[in-house]
Write a protein that binds this ligand. Sequence first.
Ligand code: ADP
Ligand code: ZN
Length: 604
Amino acid sequence: MNEAKPNKKPFVLYVVIVLGITVLLNVLIMPMIAEAQIIEVDYGTFMSMTEKGEIGEVQIQNNRILFTDKSGEQIYETGKMDDDDGLVQRLYNSGAKFSGEIIEETSPILSFILSWILPLVVFYGLGYFLMKRMNKRGGGNTMMFNMGKSNAKVYVKSSNGIRFSDVAGEDEAKENLAEIVDYLHDPQKFREIGASIPKGILLVGPPGTGKTMLAKAVAGEASVPFFSMSGSEFVEMFVGMGASKVRDLFRQAKEKAPCIVFIDEIDAIGKKRDGNLGGNDEREQTLNQLLTEMDGFEGNGGVIILAATNRPDSLDPALTRPGRFDRRVPVELPDLKGREEILKVHAKKIKVYGNIDYNRIARMASGASGAELANIVNEAALHAVRAGRRSVTQMDFEESIEVVIAGYQKKNAILTDKEKMIVAYHEIGHALVAAKQTHSAPVQKITIVPRTSGALGYTMQVEEGNRYLMTKVELENRIATLTGGRAAEELACGCITTGASNDIEQATKLARAMISRYGMSEEFGMVAFEAQTNRYLGGEAVADCSAETHSAIDRMVVELVKKQYGKASDILRENRRKLDTLAQKLYEAESITGDEFMSILEAE
Ligand code: ADP
Ligand code: ZN
């Protein structure tokens, strides 16, 4: 970490304020306190006290008389009368002591030190201490002294920096970024030929796929400083702070060039600006500042900006236009091979027992992101510790997949016997329909142990390899498989339950997509009736058609799902005996593996 220099200006201001306070104290407050100790009395009282011999010490000044009572504790003051001739004699007679100074004057040097130097020293010390502490805590950004300074984290090249080899999979992204590393190593090569490297590169992909890691790895490979800041950090608290933070970040970066500036969640500041009144002014100012800064430096200045986002289509066009973030590097969810590599990278950090079949784990964790896989490995290690083992086994891994993907095993959820039976039929229904349709992926594991996620049972299907394309038949089969649970319930106990709600949702979504997006209906053909807004975050589909078409689509969705439900019911009816045996087996064992399932299914 590179410690930021404390900004001198606010400190000077602070000293000036302290000086002001000290002057005020000395000129106004101190005399008031001193005066407050003196009681003013009239001349008559003074005379009568003299008469009664109650005066202790007395001091006659030019225009007033100061005196104390006999105890000498209280000081009184009265005006001086010119015509009182025998006063001194009378005072003498009453036994009063004449005193040079009743009010004790401390030595002028001491009093100067006490009232001027001491407060200054105390305030200075206090201010210095506070500033140091805040600097330490806020990484150089303190509310009081350093408003608007960027608190970008700086990692100067270090021996334990992240390298490309730490990022598993993502070969395309790495290849893309290798050019940047090359440039940072030898900018001259690029300059000579007249090529300019892109100023900004957008890393686009779903959360947890290693975008931050890749950016750090670029800095690590090129051994240049790495500044990182999250888009949401720019937009904070006070209006105008964001813009000045951007300015500060780039000032720091230019000093350290060549270097990498990484802005995470750039969509937080770079969202499309709309014409709405009362929009987010702060965000807009910050964005404008960012654009200005990006235009401000030369393409070959050595500052390279990497930014991450999972919603590239929501970015302001001004950001993505040439000369700014004009290069896009997709960082996708890992495929089977990638998942296996990521698991291996993370498994290096834990103690494993014997040979672990990472391929099998990777296949079970289809769709998991890098971050989720890292989590699975960690959960496996935790599971091993809980079981009192000293190293992690294959079983720990498999259990942890279910934990991460399906929620923790809910040991104390109690199903009634009847419920358990229905759930067993439901899950076997899915599995049986899947297995009987040649194109469906075989079953890995079926369990009816409830999960905290709310699922009562769970059928884990394994995809053989990666699927990029699905045929119409495969999609239909998937819908049939999804309806298989409900079909089995109906067949077995003649009743239907709420347990199928998730299946219904998924089946409906698939069916709708087939008709309105994949062009798989005979009636409409290749016409899209839905626009998908956000490909990377689940993607909501927005209907884009007339009301009549809409209702026609609805009708077709119903027909499609009904047809598949019928198909699933037929399959189950034909295999009624197998259905009963399997459900009974699952009911007893609570969980059966794919192999057990297949052996029962194929046995005659
Ligand atoms: P993003 O910035 O895309 O949200 P991160 O880079 O912050 O994701 O990744 C989060 C964590 O996930 C990393 O710290 C790392 O442990 C793990 N991870 C993600 N992708 C990979 C990968 N390709 N190889 C190894 N670990 C990864
Ligand atoms: Zn189901």
